[in-house]
Design a protein. Structure first.
Length: 92
């Protein structure tokens, strides 16, 4: 039984290593690469369109977020000073 399996595997290996199969495989891989490159270029174009459309709004949101953080930090410092004052008053 094992003698029959070896020739079948050998024939399969021969088919997969044949020049015609390998040439066809190269063609398919080249086609896949071209399709992927085309999809990549289309995605990059969509990104640029998105940046043009949403870029100013995103920049504005980033600036607003920075302002909010600065305000919150300032309020936190103010509250800290108030707490210190109230503790000092209670101690006196």
């Amino acid at each position: 039984a094992s003698g029959e399996a070896a020739p079948a595997a050998s024939v399969e290996t021969d088919i997969l290593s044949s020049p015609a199969f390998l040439k066809r495989k190269i063609e398919v891989l080249k086609s896949d690469i071209e399709a992927t490159e085309k999809e990549t270029e289309e995605a990059r174009a969509r990104v640029e369109v998105g940046k043009a459309e949403w870029g100013p709004q995103l920049d504005s949101l980033r600036e607003e977020y920075k302002n909010i953080q600065a305000r919150m930090a300032g309020q936190s410092e103010f509250k800290d000073m108030e707490v210190i004052r109230s503790v000092v008053r209670e101690m006196l």
